[in-house]
Write a protein that binds this ligand. Structure first.
Ligand code: ATP
Ligand code: MG
Length: 212
């Protein structure tokens, strides 16, 4: 984790130092490249800090669920578009929402769906298909995120979602191992349930069940 935080910070610092000391002798292309790296690393830092702060607020018990009526399809579309942009369209995210309005805590559910979709994209090959489905099961609402990515080895499945736990097959894919902890806590706070199916090399299906 300290590595995950230090990498963007050192990119920002070394980029800024280079620009400070050598701006005049660097080519326009190189200067833009450094600025792009600084911006990307700042965004990554921002995401990690937001995640840690949200977890802190949840753990301290000061955060209370605040469900409001929302158009499910429009809400999901917004999040899908945000993740597509944030991940530079690495995968196509297909949305299969249910119709109508449901009572949801949008702050908590945004965090849940953003984390699940980011994982689905991050642990899939470029060009892979990711699906976000929402099913009306009567008194339950099911959010389902499906990918055909690297999957989670059986040996890691019991501990996945514990803080800082990452599976053995992540290789050099970056991450802090906090996303699913945030997901589980948010779902718990909404009174919902979290479950997943995964097969190494085949993909992962995550389900969130809510009683809206
Ligand atoms: P971050 O805190 O930046 O999200 P992360 O993605 O590593 O880092 P989590 O989102 O908490 O952390 O996920 C924990 C671990 O579960 C991951 O490191 C990965 O091993 C595994 N994992 C989660 N989602 C998937 C997925 N869709 N496909 C394969 N592995 C996954
Ligand atoms: Mg993650």
């Amino acid at each position: 984790v300290s590595h995950e935080f230090r990498t963007p910070l050192s990119v920002i610092l070394s980029g800024a130092e280079l620009l400070e000391a050598h701006a005049a002798s660097l080519s326009e292309t190189r200067r833009l490249e450094l600025l792009t790296q600084i911006k990307a690393s700042t965004n990554r830092m921002n995401e990690m800090v937001e995640q840690v702060l949200l977890l802190g607020r949840i753990e301290s018990g000061t955060m209370k669920p605040n469900p409001q009526p929302v158009d499910v399809a429009a809400f999901c579309r917004e999040i899908v578009d945000e993740v597509q942009t944030a991940t530079q369209n690495r995968c196509e995210i297909e949305l299969k929402p249910c119709d109508g309005t449901r009572s949801l805590d949008t702050t908590l559910m945004r965090s849940v769906l953003t984390n699940l979709l980011s994982n689905a994209v991050k642990y899939s090959k470029p060009g892979g298909i990711v699906i976000l489905g929402v099913q009306d099961l009567g008194d339950l609402l099911r959010f389902l995120v499906v990918d055909e990515g690297i999957g989670i080895p059986k040996a890691d499945q019991a501990t996945i979602g514990n803080p800082f736990h990452r599976a053995s097959n992540v290789g050099d894919i970056a991450g802090t191992g906090l996303g699913l902890t945030v997901v589980k806590r948010c779902v718990q706070l909404c009174g919902g349930e979290f479950s997943f199916w995964s097969e190494e090399g085949q993909g992962t299906h995550v389900s969130i069940f809510l009683r809206p």
